[in-house]
Write a protein that binds this ligand. Sequence first.
Ligand code: G3I
Length: 333
Amino acid sequence: MPLWRYGVLGLCALMMALAQSGPPLRELAERRGILVGAAVEPSLLLQEAAYGPVLAREFNLVVAENVMKWGALQTSRGQFNFAAADLLVNFAQKHKQVIRGHTLVWHQQLPRWMYGSFSRSEMEAILSQHIRTVVGRYKGQIAYWDVVNEAIGDDARLRATPFDVLPDYIERAFRLAREADPKAKLFYNDYGAEGLGPKSDAIYSLLKSLKEKGVPIDGIGFQAHLDLGFSPQQARMAENLERFARLGLEIHITEMDVRLTGPGTKAERLQAQARLYQEILQICLRQPRCKVFTLWGVSDAHSWRAASEPLIFDVDYQPKPAYFALQRTLQQP
Ligand code: G3I
């Protein structure tokens, strides 16, 4: 293993190299009026020397990759464990980073007990206790919450979830979150909806109807888990974002990563990956309602799809062409 991934001297060398590679992304993003974020696994703050310093230097927003999910916070019914989430919040506050909370209602990463059979009124109580407790704990500290995540399936219909016994669980979740922290901005977050298409249409209709009913929803998160084959232009991504903006929603890119797999040499693929990061950032910068650009992790060493090297720092925290592409894009007028 490379010395500097763990040693103090190596860490100093890395930070000096980064300092020579230009201004931190967060500094450039601030000048452009956006936040640049990364998904965080707090255990890595304790385990890996380079993780915290790189995170603090480059990003002015953090989001919990896993530790604020239902399955992490409420493993037994009514018993909450906030230790890891608190670690993240403390780190963010120390480093003046804005926090996105992820996620209150999702069909995945639920604790086993949530798959029991519950009556409507029991589920009402479960949902309400979870949202009140979690959002309430971080009231005033978490700027944005992904209230509902991935409720629409790849078939463009509502997914089946343990929450279904409450047919209005989506709007209920937003109302509960608003009550628990009136200042937090509340988001619907999903993948595979970056461009125009049936899934994005279904999300558009859902959010439009929620807005029309007066449900407190402030924004939409486009995850952007992409492959090199994705073409924002072909998918008409800018146009898609614009229609959500016209609903009055704030727009965040919430989980961007780009798998490096595909034809060509590694150098060519790294360039293609950099171009795609650049294009998506440009689309965000050109859309006045796009305020946050977030990556789903810091380095390739710890990505959920680590084998396909999808992030902007390599396994040794060296900036990849995609890092420099973001840096340049943020500097362009
Ligand atoms: O909690 C256990 C831990 O106790 C155990 O030691 C460890 C050993 O493998 O596994 C841990 O759970 C894993 C968890 O990540 C935390 O590392 C799960 O097995 C693993 O499935 C889980 O994967 C996460 C995935 O969501 C769950 O579906 C990924 O890290 C996370 O990046 C991913 O994030 C999602 C977003 O929340 C929503 N959008 C899609 C995105 C990618 O799937």
